[in-house]
Design a binder for this molecule. Sequence first.
Ligand code: HPA
Length: 279
Amino acid sequence: MSTAAVLASAAKLQHAWAGRQPQVAVLLGSGWSGMVQGLQDTRDVPYTELPAFPPLGIAGHAACVRLARLPKPPGAPGADVDVMVLMGRQHAYETGDATAMRGAVQTAAAVGCRTIVVTNAAGSLHSPWPAGSLMALSDHLNLVQRSPLQGLSGSDRFVDMGQAYDAELRQRAVQAAARLGVVLHEGVYAWMMGPQFETPAEIRMLQRLGADAVGMSTVPETIAARHAGLRVLAISLMTNMAAGLAAERLSHEQTLKAAALHEQQAARVLQAILHSIVD
Ligand code: HPA
């Protein structure tokens, strides 16, 4: 995505926002859109009006940037916060292109966000973490071995991934969830290209490699975000036990159904987390 497209997208958003300045961007995956329901003072700009953003085709995903004001929880310190919500992603499996969300992530940085919270639906590799469990990514396995930075030039493409997922943000997120009585686990996410689900043998391999969750997104966006200088917090909502770990047949419909079942809790936790990470 060209710099001109990112700057044009940023200018369009800033015009629509009329001086409001979010510090945090949130990319909503399956099961997370409950977070934006019922919020006041929203401004929507469709991805189709933002040249750095991809077209979206997948059921269950909206396609707009929503500036939303999160009301401060009753009794909590601080103020209401504006967040830039990216409602939907293009996945690398749709086109084979791992750069799909790079321009969107760069636009979040260009409008002044310093942090991005990336959410997804994932399969669990741990039986104590059934569907509905939440996991903050402590690290990832890029088994796909693709990067959104492929094709770029310049020495800044050699991004340090030693602390890709920000430990301080994660700690605040774990504490915010705990205050709601919800356990936010921490673990390693393995990116698989999909769109097919994994085989049981692949899941056994991932377990041996140290993965705790498996999914088809988030890693390219995290790499793009680190390249853009954003701090990253990423959270998985487990929608199923991974292949071979439970009797159920995996399907996209099953993912969406499980995501919908846990959407309200995920939304509540995400809102609390957002408050806790904005200074
Ligand atoms: N595998 C990959 N991606 C997923 C899964 C899974 O089991 N569940 C939700 N997204």
